[in-house]
Design a protein around this ligand. Structure first.
Ligand SMILES: Cc1ncc(COP(=O)(O)O)c(C=O)c1O
Length: 381
């Protein structure tokens, strides 16, 4: 039996009756950009993220750019990010005129390692603010990614940021409705960014993103920056961008705010089932920190035999992914930061050994049995 990596059609069919009238309302209104559907979505999503405000934007990369540009960080500030993430995390920092500063991840959760951040800050403290030895940028913030759907250790990162006078930001693109220490993803630090790319746990019918925050000043500036830096129509306080959210995406996402908890619970059940089915195999399974609500955007396993396992599954019609095959510090786009192989061993191992297995809300027990059976067969079980 072939098993897809993700079944978006099943998710669409589930909400079709609810979402179609909402989209039709937008079509009939002919108000295609921002408007009441986006405002209603922002209101619901700020509740899910445990913040006072939400700004809907055009995609997750725009959200990172907008969030950092709307903050009090000076241009040229160093922003600590993990190398083991989608390029948009570091790209958003550069778009905001700042400098990504890589620090390695834990080899258990694959999220930014607070111990390594602490060591980096201590070693590079000097007389004043910590400074990146590679670029000379003064460190102003940490931007931690909630990789695979599990929030980074934000409580510890918050304490570190407070100690060093830094801001904390959260790239929660993969973690809608996740939680850590009883607090929702999106609520940590100064602000958070989300992506609603179609394959995300909460995906739009196209591109969309959001910034969540309880900082009123940042909220106002982010809202202005998404719309050319305007205060009122044709009056501009800043040079901004066209990062407005389309009304149809606001309508779709408004509906999906009512489904995300149920879909994430189904993902969590499927992850628990995989954990049972794959137990005992020579394979590292995802590790959920005890205080986490991991929402399994991706079910990432690790093995030194990753490429052979992937081929084996592919031959049986089972689709898999690699997130991510090459860490950012070794990518050509970031070569000016001067890193070399060996600088961030955990991120490099993640790139060599990770394999993401099919997981989505409607995955059936038979599909999971098929995947687990084929993995077991590979390991000679
Ligand atoms: C961790 C992370 N950050 C940022 C983004 C960027 O989001 P988008 O593709 O909506 O620009 C993504 C999604 O692709 C992501 O996974």
């Amino acid at each position: 039996m072939a098993v897809p990596f993700l079944d978006l059609k099943a998710i669409y069919r589930e909400i079709r009756a609810e979402v179609t009238p909402e989209i039709n309302e937008v079509l009939e209104s002919c108000g295609y950009v921002l408007g009441p559907k986006v405002a209603a979505f922002e209101e619901s999503f700020s509740r899910i993220s445990g913040t006072d405000y939400c700004v809907g934007v055009s995609n997750g990369t725009a959200a990172i750019h907008c969030m950092l540009s709307a903050s009090s960080l000076e241009p040229g500030s160093g922003v600590i990010v993990p190398p083991n993430t989608f390029t948009a995390t570091a790209e958003g920092v550069i778009l905001a005129g700042m400098v990504p500063v890589f620090v390695d991840v834990e080899d258990t959760t694959w999220n930014l390692d607070p111990d390594l951040v602490a060591a980096f800050l201590k070693d590079n403290r000097g007389a004043g603010a910590p400074t990146d030895p590679g670029t000379g940028a003064r460190i102003g913030a940490v931007l931690a990614v909630d990789l695979y759907g599990q929030p980074a250790d934000h409580p510890r990162l918050e304490a570190l940021c407070e100690e060093y006078g830094l801001l904390l930001f959260e790239d929660a693109a993969q973690a809608h409705d996740a939680a850590r220490a009883g607090r929702p993803a999106g609520s940590f630090g100064t602000a958070a960014s989300f992506s609603f790319y179609p394959g995300k746990n909460m995906g739009a019918f196209g591109e969309a993103g959001a910034v969540t925050t309880s900082d009123e000043r940042l909220f106002r500036k982010a809202r202005s920056l998404r719309d050319h830096g305007s205060r009122d129509k044709y009056f501009y306080d800043y040079v901004g961008h066209n990062y407005r959210m389309c009304a149809i995406q606001g309508a779709v996402l408004g509906v999906k705010t009512r489904w995300i908890r149920r879909w994430n619970d189904l993902r969590r059940n499927a992850a628990a089932r995989y954990a049972d089915l794959l137990a005992g195999l020579p394979l590292e399974l995802p590790r959920e920190a005890p205080d986490s609500r991991h929402v399994f955007h991706l079910y990432a396993v690790h093995t030194p035999r990753r490429d052979a396992l992937r081929e084996h599954l592919q031959a049986r019609g089972i689709a898999t992914g690699i997130h991510y095959p090459y860490p950012l510090h070794l990518q050509k786009a970031y070569e000016n930061l001067g890193h070399r192989p060996g600088d961030f061993p955990n991120s490099e191992r993640n790139s060599r050994e990770n394999l993401t297995l099919p997981i989505f809300p409607g995955i059936t027990p038979e599909q999971q049995d098929e995947v687990a059976g084929a993995v077991g067969e590979f390991f000679g079980g």
